[in-house]
Write a protein that binds this ligand. Sequence first.
Ligand code: GLN
Length: 277
Amino acid sequence: MLEIDAGSSIEDLLRGSGLPRHEAELLLRSALGCERVYLIAHAGDTIESSNARAAQAWFSRRCAGEPVSYITGWREFYGLKLRVTPDVLIPRAETEQLVELALARLPPGSSARVLELGTGSGAIAVALASLRPGLRITATDVSGKALDVARRNSQEHAVGIVFACSDWFGSIPADSFDLIVSNAPYVAAGDPHLERGDLRFEPRLALVGGDDGLACIRRIAARARQYLRPGGSLLLEHGYDQAESCVVLLRELGYTDVADFRDLAGLPRVSTAVWGG
Ligand code: GLN
């Protein structure tokens, strides 16, 4: 990383960051509290040394591997700015596909009853509530700290969601939901990806789904049958190589209309199914 002396410009700082341009820009934007267009328009301006030091401290953390979103404290998901902390999984672009598929089953004006299991930052529930204000959404997590983050995101986006601390369905009273959605942990315990990139910093609780990654998905798919109304839908995000296992599982459990969808990167990512009806 370059030494920044008095008189360094925004451009000098970005170039000296040692990071890919988009990451350096994201960090600097957050440090200065400005938009990207400001960085471009003021590229040649001298940066105040206290701001330069703050940005460089963040660049160093990123160079040491810490995820950008944990450093800045936010991440954009489905056009919404969401708070994230190391207590929650960082919302991923591929999960927007899960939101899309849920929205396609929940027409505008719908007052359907929706259950999201393992909400983490609240990304899915907050996105659904923002786009379909009439929905009656319950969102759960087993982690109280994750629920604090999710609650804060729901307040900041002024959406009404009922939050519940629950180990999957454990504390949810018998009910009849129109749609159940979950991006449950699905990484296999020994998966080497857990030791790489952002995953090293994220909560294992939110990532690991037993030895083959499917333990949580199996539990959810089995129990959801008691919580869906006839004709209600189950939508589950899964790993790129788990589509066939999920489809077989859902069929064996008696679901109908079982289908699997690819994410924007073209990888199999979400299984959907209908209960009874
Ligand atoms: N999509 C995450 C990954 O990068 C995993 C999320 C999850 O386990 N639900 O591996």
